[in-house]
Design a protein around this ligand. Structure first.
Ligand code: MG
Length: 407
């Protein structure tokens, strides 16, 4: 469902209040765990299937920092735009730059809030199906006091108070109209001079522009973790939220593979990279290593990415007689290139003969060598089929495997 949904990250601020390692960088470029705060945000929005494109509003002095923080996400990133001298002006520039893409919705997100979850985006997107302005917010739990000169004047009723977060999300056409009207209004005040009653309105977020313009802004539940990194203490909270989100969100995938090869005249079979002397060999296009083939297909299965035939078409002569470690290595490298980790492989070889047991340790070594797995994460087993079926009649060997990949 492509509805033209764009993320707009507001990252033009010069705020260096929260500082740790590099005193010269605005906070959105400071690292939290292993990445810049802005990189966390770009990465999450890029991974989100709701989002079609991302635009970032930056300060002209930050071009190099932005290029470093955004490298590798080119697939969804649009060229950045420069901010203005107010947050409102910066968002306006971002909205105008999106016009060419005719968005249906825009999610405007603070460049200092890296800890939101994908669930929040889903909640926002669900709400946008019915409303034109959506604000993630949390009910205020602390008792709120109004004070002057350090003395409490009043206790504020908190029952209908909410703390606003981002991404504040809108129908693109509507929020553009609202921003345009707010811009025109403030410009008219400038032109009128200081003698009138009217004053410029300083909008601190986009929901307040939408409210001012008369839009109904609908609340969705925000997240405790979705903090704006402001103080030094926020860095530690942010790092801890990012680590726990990562653990909570660990993505485990198990793939399955199955393969069969028939016997023909020969003097050895190759199973999981090990040559076992026998009075037959396995027939096939490559070296017919039924064990490696099953494991390779299990890994492709965990990645949801086809099978050996897809990646190495049998019609291609160059794979004739190939060592099957080529296929297994390719699958293992594909896991790495997707930023996954192969954590376990289990293969069962099914035949009456040759005897597999004496060769299992060597096969595990061979799988470890090709995949980079530790031996404790590899299992090689064998069984017969009690002389039943084609395996039982000694017509060939089959293999079943599973592979586990985590992201
Ligand atoms: Mg095969």
């Amino acid at each position: 469902m492509n509805k033209g949904v764009y993320g707009l990250i507001v990252a033009a601020g010069r705020g260096t209040r929260a500082q740790r390692d590099d005193q010269s960088l605005p906070k959105q470029y400071v690292h939290l765990n292993d990445k810049a705060i802005l990189t966390h945000i770009i990465s999450k929005l890029s991974d989100d299937s709701h989002i079609d494109g991302i635009i970032t509003v930056i300060h002209p002095d930050d071009i190099a920092a932005y290029e470093a923080a955004s490298a590798g996400f080119e697939a969804k990133l649009l060229p950045p735009v420069f901010g203005a001298d107010s947050r409102q002006g910066s968002v306006y520039n971002g909205l105008m730059a999106l016009a060419d893409y005719s968005p249906e919705y825009v999610l405007i997100h603070d460049g200092a809030r890296p800890c939101f979850s994908s669930d929040l985006i889903t909640r926002v997107m669900d709400k946008l199906q019915n409303y034109q302005a959506v604000l993630p917010a949390l009910p205020v739990s602390d008792t709120i006091k109004r004070a002057g000169d350090g003395v409490v004047v009043d206790t504020v009723d908190r029952s209908d108070l909410w703390a606003a977060q981002t991404p504040q999300s809108f129908s693109y056409a509507q929020i553009c109209e609202a921003h345009q009207a707010a811009q025109d209004y403030n410009q008219s005040i400038s032109v009128a001079g200081v003698d009138g009653e009217a004053q410029k309105i300083e909008f601190t977020d986009d929901a307040s522009i939408a409210e001012w313009y008369g839009m109904d802004v609908h609340i969705v539940m925000g997240e405790e973790c979705n903090i704006k990194i402001t103080t030094l203490a926020d860095f530690e909270r942010g790092e801890s939220y990012l680590s726990s989100n990562k653990n909570k969100g660990v993505d485990v995938r198990v793939g399955h593979g199955f393969d069969v090869h028939a016997f023909e005249e020969g003097d050895a079979v190759i199973l999981c990279g090990v040559s076992i002397p026998f009075d037959k060999k396995l027939k096939g296009h490559s070296d017919a290593d039924v064990g490696f083939h099953a494991i390779t297909d299990a890994i492709y299965g965990a990645l949801g990415d086809g099978d050996i035939g897809t990646h190495f078409p049998p019609s291609d002569e160059k794979w004739s007689g190939a060592n099957s470690d080529i296929f297994l290595k390719h699958a293992a490298e594909l896991v790495q290139s997707r930023e996954g980790r192969l954590t376990h492989v289990d293969v069962t070889l099914i035949c009456e003969a040759p005897k597999i047991g004496p060769h299992c340790a060597l096969m595990k070594d061979s799988i470890a060598e090709v995949t980079g797995l530790e031996l404790s994460r590899i299992s090689v087993k064998a069984t017969t089929t009690e002389r039943l079926g084609f395996n039982g009649r000694g017509e060939g060997i089959s293999a079943m495997a599973t592979a586990t990949v985590i992201f």
